[in-house]
Write a protein that binds this ligand. Structure first.
Ligand SMILES: [Zn+2]
Length: 131
């Protein structure tokens, strides 16, 4: 996936404030193992996503479900009021605190990326302010 697809997902969302994609991820991986989805289709992190993952990713401590290397990281992107339309990569907890202090409608998208084979998946989206 590239970052424009991620932002397209944000802009087309239908009022769902929190979504956990783990079940969809499991289904995608089953389709891969049974040959219904190719590695090329799934391991398509764009150069920009890989760059963000390399610089800002936090090690996920789990093996990549595709290539089984321990090169998995999680990156977070913020979308919402006062942010660029294509979202902003989160650089650390300080960013989260600053965004929360602004008290704006912001959503955080968590993406796992394997910097070895380029597997990537949108794991979770959640509203920054819970109320
Ligand atoms: Zn991998």
């Amino acid at each position: 996936m590239d970052l424009s697809r991620l932002s397209a997902q944000y802009h087309s969302r239908q009022g769902v404030s929190s979504v956990d994609n783990r079940l969809m991820r499991d289904m995608t991986l089953r389709q891969f193992r049974s040959g219904q989805q190719s590695r090329d289709e799934l391991c398509d992190a764009s150069a920009e996503l890989l760059r963000v993952a390399t610089h800002l990713g936090v090690a996920s401590n789990s093996a990549c479900p595709i290539c089984e290397q321990m090169d998995m990281v999680e990156v977070r992107f913020a979308f919402g009021e006062g942010l660029p339309p294509h979202g902003r990569a989160i650089e650390g907890e300080g960013d989260i605190v600053r965004l929360r202090d602004l008290k704006r409608a912001v959503e955080i998208y968590e993406v796992e990326v394997c910097t070895h084979c380029r597997w990537n998946y949108l794991l979770r989206k959640s509203a920054l302010l819970s109320s």
